[in-house]
Design a protein around this ligand. Sequence first.
Ligand SMILES: [Zn+2]
Ligand SMILES: [Zn+2]
Length: 394
Amino acid sequence: MMQAVVLNGPRNITIEAVEEPAIKAPTDVLLRLTSTAICGTDLHMYEGRLGGGDRMVIGHEPLGVVERVGDAVVNVRVGDRVTVPTHICCGFCANCVHGYSAQCLTNNPGKAGAAYGYPGMGGYTGAQTELLRVPFGDANCLRLPGEPGDRFEHDFVLLADALPTAFHATQMVDIRNGDIVVIYGAGAIGLLAAMCAFVRGAAQVFVVDAIAARLDKAGELGAVPIDMSKGHAADRILEQIARERSGIAWRGEEANLGATVCIDAIGFQARDPRDYAVEHPTTVIDDLARIIAPKGRLSIIGVFLDSDPHARSSEAKRGEYVIPWGVLFKKGVMIGMGRDDDENYNDHLRDMIVAGRMKPSTIVTQRLPLRDAADAFAKFDARSDGYIKVVLEP
Ligand SMILES: [Zn+2]
Ligand SMILES: [Zn+2]
């Protein structure tokens, strides 16, 4: 038996002894985890918003050492230090070979996309546990240098999901030299997206949130923090951009002012800026449509659902939203959205970490034993005590 973090129902987490996984297929790998992170997506499940998550081992951000390999595994050996992406790929279906690993066609039969500890994505046991069964180990395992617990431990655990997701947010909209970027949401993904935007050459990055500790972290990364709880975030950003670009150096650009890139790193649980306790799923897109410059690029990396029974409006219950389509069309905005194809990014991001060009672990705020997961979920969900990114130690 082994210890695992079990989601029993809304806001009900227990740490329980569960059956250890076994090699089920010759292509499987068993991974003994050294770190496993809690994700903002886990909170959607924790709050009962994704449905179907009752009595499920949760988690999808593992890092560990290979403990056993199936007979058909050729590229991974016992003792290898590896991380595996959240989205389980097979490596040979039409989507996987085209690089769309988050939409794998074989690991969740009849649907596109599989993941650990995620309702509706194949029923795979989650990663907040001691041992993880990894299907198609050769395709999924990303080999890593060093030893468990070394100076890269907290960086590498972010390669499972958080960092590739943030990078995807910047890749979908091709952030490049000189871009002015506005990111809504200073959770792990928003902060890491700011880090990625700078690596890609952004001139300026604004990060919008309502939580002081997160805004402080955005400032530490070199971004301009904007506290949305102080009102009119969009106006203040537009005013700052206009003020800094007024005068002779920017002749004739007045009608083109705004952000060249906007990123929604919040998604369907966006809050009403006038009353932070109330959800209002379209406030972020409304603001971004105003802030974005003509020919801007809009990246939506925050989660949206096709069914949300707990939404306030009947439309939102069906995943339908009223958004300023006309404004976006008039400005000629390009939009990218959806889950990240992690396999495209994780090896390059590993190399950036090893070379010292990125230090994503600067956003990790807590490292706790797995047995403290229930308390960690409650505090992370309440955004209290500076909880931004929690790494559990099995
Ligand atoms: Zn995640
Ligand atoms: Zn596939």
